[in-house]
Design a protein. Structure first.
Length: 190
């Protein structure tokens, strides 16, 4: 993506629009829709009207996910892209026409690119978390998420992340505290 930095804002916007359209098309072809927060993934799978829980097989394992209607080929039967907490994951039938699956992420500091391996990926760099949900986090977790978001934005723009900025700031303070030293040949490794 380094060539992305050489594009004009208009070219970058056009490229982003094409990427969003491609991503939306790929996602629309999946047999389910899904959304996520840092903590969980919610999946909606349409099924024939009148479907009851007894007609459905949902098997959620730490690294595998299977959903099928009895006597039919699986709708989804694949390895999850990331591990889930099986005991905190659930499913239900909504209005006898869709299966709602709630997967609790094991790693709650990482966005998923897809639900199952091999499915089309989304660009996790473009995820805009809902601010209201950021406010729901405890102070320490929220600070960590905000730092991750800042670092992700900085990296996308080719700028130093928070750790690199902190190092640069410490170096500048050290230089000010030691004016007698010659830093003209000093190299700053980030």
């Amino acid at each position: 993506m380094s060539e992305n930095n050489e594009l004009t804002p208009e070219q970058r916007e056009a490229q982003d629009k094409l990427e969003r359209e491609r991503e939306a098309k790929e996602q629309s072809e999946l047999p389910y829709t899904w959304k996520q927060t840092l903590q969980d993934v919610d999946i909606s799978i349409p099924v024939p009207k009148g479907t009851r829980a007894r007609d459905v097989i949902v098997d959620i394992k730490k690294n595998h996910f299977k959903v099928s209607l009895k006597g039919k080929d699986p709708i989804v039967d694949d390895e999850l892209c990331q591990a889930v907490k099986v005991d905190d994951s659930t499913w239900t039938i909504e209005d006898q026409k869709e299966i709602l699956v709630h997967l609790e992420k094991s790693n709650q500091m990482q966005w998923w690119e897809n639900v199952v391996k091999g499915a089309p990926k989304i660009n996790t760099q473009k995820i805009q978390p809902e601010n209201s949900q950021l406010g729901d986090l405890d102070g320490e977790t929220r600070a960590m998420v905000e730092k991750m978001m800042f670092d992700q934005r900085q990296k996308a723009m080719g700028k130093p992340d928070s750790d690199e900025l902190k190092k640069q700031e410490m170096f500048e303070k050290f230089k000010q505290q030691h004016p007698e030293m010659d830093f003209s040949n000093a190299k700053f490794n980030t």
